[in-house]
Design a protein around this ligand. Structure first.
Ligand SMILES: [Cu+2]
Length: 270
């Protein structure tokens, strides 16, 4: 009986580790997040218990940017110039990485990156804690219904790309333009290159790809809806590179779950 209990507790702990193995945006609420305090999903949609899973892993893209396309009905309101204390759920910090935060005024067709943190983003974040990173809405941001995206390229582990989106309302100028750079995709699919693992300070980290992102300016109509003009929304392709032969942490987690199922759960039920 005691042995069974110990095995069960160990199994549950490992399952928790597997289920919360990555990182997600929890403030503002990522679409359909299961995080405490987040609203129920819009009608016809379900809670996403895997908001912390990458949208691309090992160069295979499984989900679109944002993961989900139907916005929440209710938006979190921020003023132009305001700093958003963005918060993250940490299952595995993957040695940190590259973060980009971007806004879309046209329902995710065009992205303007407003803030970037190269290399150190979420580095040292502790599992189970919820670090915050301030992200400032540009002071000249026009008013409107805006999709706010956090995107992340991990430093260590299977080469991944993360994308979570929150639905916000920006209170700012009545129409105008907002400028930034285009969103960089990498570790995404065969079209985009792989940034190898960069655990050590001297490792190549693909920062030059971020430096090469093209500037982008979008115009927003006075009503705050619709775009009057914008350059090509296609993200800058990054140059192909060899995948780092590294710790395959995410694959290891899948393997653990497999082992658990066959060697712990099944014996427990016998
Ligand atoms: Cu991960």
């Amino acid at each position: 009986m005691l042995r069974k209990s110990i095995l069960l507790i160990a199994a549950l702990q490992l399952v928790a580790l597997v289920a919360y193995a990555h990182v997600d945006l929890i403030t503002p609420c990522a679409r359909y997040s299961s995080a405490p305090g987040c609203p129920p999903p819009p009608p016809g949609q379900s809670i996403d218990y895997n908001t912390n899973a990458p949208i691309s892993s090992g160069g295979i893209n499984n989900q679109p940017l944002c993961k989900h396309s139907v916005p929440y009905a209710k938006r979190t309101v921020y003023k132009a110039g305001q700093s958003i204390p963005t918060g993250y759920g940490i299952g595995s910090a993957h040695g940190g990485g590259h973060c980009q935060w971007a806004l879309s005024y046209d329902r995710e067709k065009t992205w303007v990156v407003i803030q970037t943190e190269i290399r150190t983003c979420l580095r040292g974040a502790v599992i189970g804690q919820s670090p915050t990173i301030p992200v400032t809405i540009p002071i000249d941001a026009p008013s409107g219904e805006v999709t706010f995206m956090w995107a992340w390229i991990n430093a260590v582990g299977v080469r991944e790309y993360y994308s979570n989106c929150a639905d916000i309302q920006v209170i700012g100028r009545d129409g105008g333009t907002i400028s930034g750079v285009e969103l960089l995709l990498a570790n995404f699919n065969t079209t985009y290159g792989i940034i190898p693992e960069f655990p050590n300070p001297t490792d190549p980290d693909g920062h030059e790809l971020f430096d090469a992102r093209k500037p982008i300016t979008i115009s927003v109509k006075g009503s705050g809806s619709g775009i009057t003009s914008n350059p090509s929304p296609s993200p800058s392709p990054s140059k192909p590179n060899k995948n780092g032969a590294g710790r395959k942490r995410c694959q290891l987690q899948s393997t653990l779950l497999f082992i658990l199922t066959f060697f712990v759960f099944i014996p427990l039920n016998m």
